[in-house]
Design a protein. Structure first.
Length: 468
């Protein structure tokens, strides 16, 4: 049983904590992203301990409650049974099962605001309990929390469910309670072309803003080529001004690399630092950090603390001397925004946005590579170019213009006849992009630690006893 609406509003308004939107505004004004970890465990005491530990030892700007898979799919009975039998078997916190009172305990146990992250195509019950708990940051959307996760949930159904959440956020905004609605542009996190990520977010943001949402965090996944990633982050406010109402606050967010992560802790830490630096150079208000245990599974608290600190270090003025080739960023920005326009403008021109989105995915005019869902064609084949930037090897049925297609061809410069015989290996290699960097690092380290044949010159005897 949820508390009365008036009681929930009173609880949120009287909270001494800063709201998520206030944290994001401050970060944007400062030009330094706040860092947010991922974290979620099944047991209540364990979840509270995890949150307080991360806050005490790493001071993230925003904290997270990641929801378990059963709750995401509204299998609340199974979540309750698993919680009673063995909480550690849950891959997140079952907030609906624990209830809003325990949610408030978590909210009041830390100073930082908390965002609920999940992956549900129909989050209505979860949002109601989140709101009653005092959480006013809620991730997801009818496309981004359906097609990457669910096999057979129709877009019509998920868009309608999320529209109800967004209409409630609109009512809350009218009462002075701003909910930060974060859109999960990461999608499948597997070689997602930047324009696909941003196009999906633009469409979800337009639908949310029409429902009354007044704060949107638009999240983009780090692809790995810094100029392309910076261009994508910098494009978010531009696209917002172009396609969204003026009264909607927009905050760019970077998800640190979501693909196959290096197992070597040193290389993993370098990648985490790289992600934080990319977020700052791109003008993100927030960065979602990774940890150096990513390749092994769910990180422990210490690894999460270290990951937060490493990402935060990249966002300080210590690295203000770092510069990128702005001409390359500008070129990437032009073509990226052109691709997004070619994807979204035919859909936005339709009188019924939700129906147009459904039709576009059915026709392949919108698409997501490597989707789990039968409601996405997944005909798009992405490929990295020589710099590591993600391009369209095969755009499927995406309605790109000839200049856009020609530019992708020029960037890739592939021999398609020979590539067709090794396409799977090429895609696998692109997915393992940062594993190649790890192998190069390990080879260099081995060379330093185990040098080749001894020098036979005059200094050989002296050098043979040197410290390695």
């Amino acid at each position: 049983m949820l508390p009365p609406w008036t009681e929930t509003m009173q609880y949120i308004r009287k909270s001494p904590k800063r709201a998520p939107v206030e944290v994001l505004r401050a970060a944007a004004a400062r030009g330094r992203p706040v860092v947010q970890p991922r974290c979620g465990v099944g047991g209540h005491d364990e979840m509270r301990t995890l949150l307080t530990t991360l806050e005490r030892r790493a001071r993230p700007g925003i904290l997270t409650i990641t929801i378990d898979s059963f709750t995401r799919l509204k299998q609340f009975r199974t979540a309750a049974q698993t919680l009673q039998r063995e909480p550690a078997d849950l891959n997140g916190y079952p907030l609906v099962t624990h209830g809003w009172r325990r949610g408030r305990e978590l909210n009041e146990s830390v100073d930082a605001p908390i965002e609920v992250r999940h992956g549900s195509p129909d989050p209505r019950e979860l949002f109601a309990v989140s709101l009653a708990s005092g959480f006013t940051s809620f991730e997801g959307g009818g496309i981004d929390y359906n097609l990457p996760y669910s096999k057979d949930v129709s877009l019509t159904r998920s868009l309608a469910a999320w529209a109800q959440v967004d209409r409630l956020c609109g009512l809350l905004a009218e009462e002075g309670v701003i909910v930060d609605r974060e859109l999960f542009g990461t999608l499948t996190a597997v070689l997602v072309p930047p324009s696909v990520s941003l196009a999906v977010c633009v469409l979800e943001a337009r639908a949310a803003s029409l429902a009354g949402v007044r704060c949107l965090s638009i999240a983009y996944p780090q692809g790995g080529e810094v100029h392309q990633d910076i261009a994508a982050l910098r494009s978010i406010p531009v696209l917002a001004r172009r396609y969204l109402p003026e009264n909607v606050e927009i905050f760019p967010v970077l998800h640190e690399f979501m693909g196959v992560f290096p197992a070597d802790p040193d290389v993993a830490d370098a990648l985490i630092l790289y992600g934080g630096l990319t977020a700052r150079l791109g003008g993100a208000a927030k960065v979602i950090n990774k940890t150096n245990q990513e390749a092994r599974g769910i990180p422990d608290a210490q690894a999460n603390v270290a990951g937060i600190r490493t990402a935060a270090l990249a966002c300080t003025d210590l690295l203000d001397f770092v510069r990128v080739d702005e001409a390359t960023v500008e070129e990437e920005t032009y073509w990226l925004q052109r691709e997004v326009a070619e994807l979204v403008e035919p859909v936005l021109a339709a009188p019924d946005l939700a129906a147009a989105i459904v039709d576009a995915f059915a026709d392949g005019r919108l698409d997501i590579p490597f989707s789990a869902s039968v409601h996405a064609r997944s005909e798009v084949i992405p490929k990295r170019d020589a710099t590591g930037a993600i391009r369209y090897l095969n755009p499927g049925r995406l309605p790109f213009s000839r200049p856009t297609l020609r530019r992708n061809e020029q960037c890739l410069r592939v021999d398609r006849a020979s590539l067709s015989r090794r396409l799977i290996d090429e895609i696998r290699s692109d997915i393992n992009f940062f594993l190649h960097a790890e192998r190069r690092f390990q080879a260099d380290r081995a060379t330093v630690e185990c040098p080749g044949p001894a020098n036979t010159g005059p200094g050989a005897a002296a050098s043979s006893g040197g410290v390695r």
